[in-house]
Design a protein. Structure first.
Length: 139
């Protein structure tokens, strides 16, 4: 089977299911993607343009959502898993728990993909919360 129709169909799906809204003309944009979080909501990221550089960010949503669900990054193991997920995709986290990447016009697609992958990986950390992890105890 020729792979080009598969690639073309995937790109069409991505394009047809990605919505970009202007929040501040020429500066800030909201990008709704077809990828789903654990609530089955589309992942939204934001693109902020500033003097030729581009910042792509989750605006702090991913970590805030985990915390609102009772998940805390309060153990060395959880912090290690978080840092590993972020570092693996080249994503940074600031003091406001915002996940972000810096991009240039020529690599914005790749950086957007890396940010989305990191958000999905961090989102999966919810499975480690106390309510969802069952521990075995000896009787």
């Amino acid at each position: 089977m020729d792979s080009h129709p598969v690639i073309d169909e995937y790109l069409k799906w991505m394009k047809d299911n990605t919505l970009v809204k202007t929040l501040e003309e020429g500066k800030i944009y909201s990008i709704s993607t077809p990828f789903l979080d654990r609530h089955n909501d589309c992942l939204d990221i934001y693109m902020i343009k500033n003097n030729g550089s581009v910042k792509l960010t989750d605006n702090g949503y991913t970590i805030a959502d985990l915390k609102m669900s009772g998940f805390e990054l309060n153990t060395p193991k959880r912090e290690s898993i978080l840092n590993s997920a972020l570092n693996g995709f080249g994503v940074k986290m600031n003091e406001n728990n915002e996940l972000f990447v810096e991009a240039a016009e020529h690599n914005i697609g790749q950086k957007k993909h890396c940010l989305l992958q990191a958000i999905l990986a961090v989102n999966d950390m919810f499975n480690m919360s106390q309510e969802t992890v069952c521990s075995r105890r000896k009787a």
